[in-house]
Design a protein around this ligand. Sequence first.
Ligand SMILES: Cc1cc2nc3c(=O)[nH]c(=O)nc-3n(C[C@H](O)[C@H](O)[C@H](O)COP(=O)(O)OP(=O)(O)OC[C@H]3O[C@@H](n4cnc5c(N)ncnc54)[C@H](O)[C@@H]3O)c2cc1C
Length: 569
Amino acid sequence: MSGAAATTPAVQDYDYVILGGGTAGCVLANRLSARSTNRVLLIESGLDTPPEAVPADILDPYPSSYVNPAYRWPIRGHALTLSDSPANPLLHAQVMGGGSSIMGMIMLRGVPADYDGWEAAGARGWGWDAVLPYFRDLENDLDFDGPLHGRAGPTEIRRHRMHDWPPLAKAANQVAERTGAPFIADMNGDFRDGHGALPIAGPTSHRTSSATAYLTREVRARKNLTIVARAQAQALTLDGRKVTGVRVRTLEGDLVARARETIVTMGALLTPDFLLRQGIGDPTQLKAHGVEVRHARTGVGTNLQNHAALVVLAHLRKAGVQRRPQRNHNNTIFRYSSGLPGGVESDMALALSSRASWHAVARRIANFSPLIMAPASRGSVSLPPDGGPAPLVEFNLLGSALDQSRLADGLHRALALVTAPEVACLIGRPVAASRLQNAARFNAVTPMNRMRTHAIATLMDLVPGLGDWVIGNMGAPGGGLAELLSDKDAVADYIRANVTPIAHHSGTCRMGAIEDPLAVVDPQGRVIGLDGLRVADASVMPTTPRGNTNLPVLMIAEKLSAAILEAQA
Ligand SMILES: Cc1cc2nc3c(=O)[nH]c(=O)nc-3n(C[C@H](O)[C@H](O)[C@H](O)COP(=O)(O)OP(=O)(O)OC[C@H]3O[C@@H](n4cnc5c(N)ncnc54)[C@H](O)[C@@H]3O)c2cc1C
């Protein structure tokens, strides 16, 4: 999303320029500037969140910042393809800390087989045994210790205590016990399938973002670190095969930052978009869009992955409502293996929550979400046909028939859970969500929405049947979940119309061996065939891990920082 460069810019010299102050960028800024001889510049297009002025909705241990449009890029994407599905607004952060400042705060590592798979795919040095030390060192796990955990890292991780779980999570645990699914107390160390307590970023009082953990007062006081927020990287400067720096638009005017290395950390949608606009990508695509080919690298923007989701909703009866003043978001999740041909171990999850958003109506909504954790489908990020400033994002979430089958199976498993007696007594009639725009208009945090939702919620508690009617308005037309699942064709249509990507964008500049024609970066994050340019964010993942992506991105940034410093030494 970069535009044309302006004229007469100031020129500054650095060793490292980091483009994007998101989850990964904040880590790199900290680690590279820890060596006092390195001059480091961090550029972030969103607002800064310095320790003395972190907005309350970002600190909130309930992820209120999720719904604040001030922290988001206005980009859209197709759940399927350009021709098969509409361009819906996407969740993509634009604020210091990036996704870690607005995310749901779930901190899963994935499973060891994810990283062994990376190694097998050509990302040498990224197998489980090699990444574990970085996972360990970046965390301060407030609950678990031992060889799999760290206690001294900058990112606090905790779990909601079982006695603080809302009734729905407790009921799900009873179902798990009755059906023989083990309780997984430590999902980041015990990788079996089962019903697990979700790890959360931060202590009970506040969120820990990459910005709050890595850009502390002490780090910001370093003379060799410059942080410029509300500034946008516009264009790379190249001298032959060497990237020499970047042109940046700041609030004070344009700047050319010359650097030994430029490190792109704009996230897995905007990093490939930026590279393509710089002429780094598939020559056929670049030429078709009139972009001069500066470096042919066919894989840029391919291999887009995401965890695909569906949503089942039900009215949460009074006995099921989460107690105040708890600000829990998700508490637990089922990790399971679909067992379908082609599916791998732990390829699916069924998440549940007792609170769909910040407001009073959302506290009366139970949410059950089948998720594909090991997607087989691949999408792409490419230059847009209209020549506009935003990329064309096609997730192609049903590109593989296996993913369609796993979601259908996931809906059946959701039905089994919501009709289990332990859960059924807490909720009304479950529906497969479809018309969520009916609810989304209440997401803006305004006094009017607060008043309206409070009034509706009070009526939902008092008027029998009203809760089911409200939730029914967010469901697929024609009946509840059970009715939908009785018709195979209707299920397939429902999935095509409602499958959703969940902001775990990854894989669009994947790591691999330098001989691999579709790899974009080598295992040190260096763009293959160019000097002075790295990618160090969620884009480099060869496959998305079987867990949420923020913690793996922190690990990637820590490991690549270490590689850069080691190469210097
Ligand atoms: C709403 C939401 C909820 C999520 N929930 C969870 C969760 O519960 N658990 C989990 O593990 N993961 C979650 N994720 C995903 C997780 O946050 C991401 O995987 C992670 O943040 C990706 O890190 P990144 O460094 O690759 O990119 P980002 O964190 O997205 O950082 C990219 C940064 O680059 C900046 N940028 C882009 N272009 C430019 C430019 N031209 N110039 C300057 N700056 C630029 C952006 O403003 C942004 O701040 C969620 C994400 C979102 C958006």
